[in-house]
Design a protein around this ligand. Structure first.
Ligand SMILES: NC(=O)c1ccc[n+]([C@@H]2O[C@H](COP(=O)([O-])OP(=O)(O)OC[C@H]3O[C@@H](n4cnc5c(N)ncnc54)[C@H](O)[C@@H]3O)[C@@H](O)[C@H]2O)c1
Length: 295
C-alpha cells in the first residue's frame, strides 16, 4: 500500500470505543501500526482483540491520560514494539455534567480540565520527542470539538476545555513545523458515541464531595438534551473517514459538520465588530496608527 501512513505508528488515547476506536480502525486500514490506550481496560481488551482479528497490527496499553508517567510508558511500549512513533492522537475526553454556572461542581471542572486539557498536553509532551528523534516527521492530532469554537449554555467546563485544545494546537503548529510534524485539531459536532456517559470512567480522585453535590434533578434536563443530541450524531466511522481525507490534504482545522460554518462565521463577525468599536474608540482608537508590537 502506498500512502503517507503505511508502515508508520500511531498512538491513540481513548481508543477503546467511540471516535478513538473508529480512528484506530481507519488508520490501521491505511497500513499503520496502532497503539491503543484507554482507562477502560475491559473495553480496551475487547476492542484491541476485534481489530487484531481483522489482521491489523495492534498494541493495547492501559492509559489514564491524567497521569504523565502512563504517557511515558505508552510511548516507551510503542517504541519497543514498533520501533518508532509517528503520530499521536490526543482523543480521550469527557463530557462532564451540563449545568448552570451557579451549579458547577469544582471537582467536575477539575476532572474535565485534567482529562481534556492536561491529558492533551501530556500526550504531546511525551510523544513529540519520539516523533522528532527519527527525523521522518509525523502528526499531532488533538481532538477538540465544535464546543471549542463556540460557547454553549450549561456546558462551560466542556467548552472551556475544548477552546483550550484549539488554542494549544494553534500554539504548537509553528513550534512543530520545523520537524515536519503536522499539527491539527479535530472539531466535530455531534457523533454517535458514549460521550454522554463519560461518568462511567470518572476516576475516584475526582469524586464530588458531599457538600459540593448538586441536586441531580437540576442537572437532569441538560443531561437529557446532551443524550438526545449525541444519539442523533453522525457515525464515528464516517468521522474517521473524513479525518483521513483531511489529514491527507493537510488541514489544520478538521471539520466534520459543514452546517456549523454559520456558527463560526457569526462568532468571527462578533469579534470583528468588537475591533471596529475599538478602532472608533475615543480612548484607544488612535493606537491603530502607532507603531505598536503585533504578534
Ligand atoms: N461524540 C461527540 O459528539 C463528540 C463531539 C465532539 C468532540 N468529541 C470528542 O471526541 C473525543 C472522543 O469521545 P467519544 O465521543 O468517542 O466518547 P466515548 O465516551 O465514546 O469515548 C471516549 C473514550 O475515552 C476513554 N477515556 C475517558 N477518560 C479517559 C482517561 N482519563 N484516560 C484515557 N482514556 C479515557 C473512555 O474510556 C472511552 O473509551 C473526546 O475528546 C470528545 O470530547 C466528541
Amino acid at each position: 500500500m502506498s500512502n503517507e501512513f503505511n508502515g508508520k505508528t500511531a498512538i491513540i488515547s481513548g481508543a477503546a470505543g467511540g471516535i478513538g476506536l473508529a480512528l484506530a480502525e481507519a488508520l490501521a486500514e491505511q497500513g499503520m501500526n496502532i497503539v491503543m490506550g484507554d482507562i477502560d481496560n475491559a473495553a480496551l481488551m475487547q476492542s484491541g482483540s476485534a481489530l487484531r482479528e481483522k489482521g491489523y497490527n495492534i498494541l493495547t496499553c492501559a492509559l489514564d491520560v491524567t497521569d504523565y508517567s502512563q504517557w511515558e510508558d505508552i510511548v516507551a511500549n510503542a517504541k519497543d514494539k514498533f520501533g518508532k512513533v509517528h503520530m499521536v492522537i490526543n482523543n480521550a475526553g469527557v463530557g462532564g455534567t451540563p449545568g448552570k454556572v451557579e451549579d458547577s461542581e469544582h471537582e467536575t471542572w477539575r476532572w474535565v480540565m485534567d482529562v481534556n486539557v492536561m491529558g492533551v498536553l501530556y500526550g504531546a509532551q511525551a510523544s513529540v520527542p519520539a516523533i522528532q528523534e527519527h527525523g521522518e516527521g509525523g502528526w499531532v492530532l488533538n481532538v477538540a470539538s465544535m464546543a471549542g469554537m463556540m460557547g454553549m449554555p450549561y456546558a462551560g467546563a466542556y467548552c472551556a476545555s475544548k477552546a483550550a485544545v484549539v488554542s494549544m494546537t494553534e500554539s504548537w503548529i509553528a513550534e512543530l513545523k520545523p520537524f515536519n510534524i503536522h499539527t491539527s485539531v479535530l472539531c466535530p459536532a455531534f457523533v454517535k458515541t458514549r460521550i454522554h456517559e463519560s461518568y462511567r470512567n470518572r476516576q475516584q480522585k475526582y469524586a464530588v464531595a458531599q457538600e459540593n453535590r448538586i441536586d441531580k434533578e437540576k442537572l437532569k434536563a441538560g443531561a437529557q438534551a446532551a443524550t438526545m443530541a449525541v444519539e442523533s450524531g453522525i457515525p464515528a466511522a464516517m468521522l474517521a473517514e473524513r479525518v483521513i481525507e483531511a489529514l491527507k490534504s493537510k488541514q489544520t482545522y478538521i471539520f466534520t459538520h459543514p452546517n456549523y460554518r454559520k456558527v463560526t462565521t457569526e462568532r468571527f463577525n462578533a469579534i470583528d465588530n468588537g475591533f471596529i468599536d475599538a478602532e472608533n474608540s475615543a480612548v484607544v482608537g488612535h493606537l491603530i496608527d502607532d507603531d505598536m508590537v503585533t504578534f
